[in-house]
Write a protein that binds this ligand. Structure first.
Ligand SMILES: [Zn+2]
Ligand SMILES: [Zn+2]
Length: 156
């Protein structure tokens, strides 16, 4: 958990806070049991109050242990993704407005934000549903099981 205390940023125009944290692998397993992290996830960025609007910009860097869906080869891959959100303390006053406008809004109850959880949620939405070791992976022969990236096997 990387908890940010944002009271001052919400209250003072022009105020900003730098983010430079990392989530240890032990915590990641708890938060995201469906993927295997090869290294701590790094979260860097800033939260800034611009004319009363609080904007979060961050870059999330993660190394994952993955398995190719086609040839079953195991490999490590690094993902570096940038995310931006508008932070608000509540949505209560805006409930009559169009929901779609608030897609990128993140509510921070008590002026606090768990940036670690948000970073992981954002990152998982960016993950491809199909994991391939390379774009044009040929996969395994359904007959003999040979890795066709290493050459033809001679099966029909
Ligand atoms: Zn593959
Ligand atoms: Zn074959």
């Amino acid at each position: 958990m990387l908890l940010l205390e944002l009271k001052k940023v919400f209250e003072v125009t022009g105020q900003s806070l730098d983010i430079d944290g990392s989530l240890p692998v032990s915590e990641l397993e708890e938060m995201q049991p469906y993927v295997t992290f090869a290294a701590p996830v790094a979260v860097k960025g800033s939260v800034k109050n611009r004319a009363g609007v609080v904007a979060l910009d961050m870059t999330v860097t993660a190394r994952l242990d993955q398995t190719c869906d086609r040839c079953l080869k195991a490999f490590e891959r690094e993902y570096v993704r940038g995310f931006s959100h508008t932070l608000v303390t509540s949505l209560a006053n805006e409930s009559d407005e169009d929901d779609s406008e608030f897609e990128d809004y993140v509510v921070c109850p008590d002026n606090k934000l768990d940036i670690g959880e948000l970073a992981l949620t954002d990152l998982m939405l960016e993950m491809p549903t199909k994991v391939l070791c390379k774009e044009d992976c040929k996969g395994l022969c359904p007959v003999c099981g040979k890795d066709l990236n290493e050459g033809e096997c001679g099966c029909e």
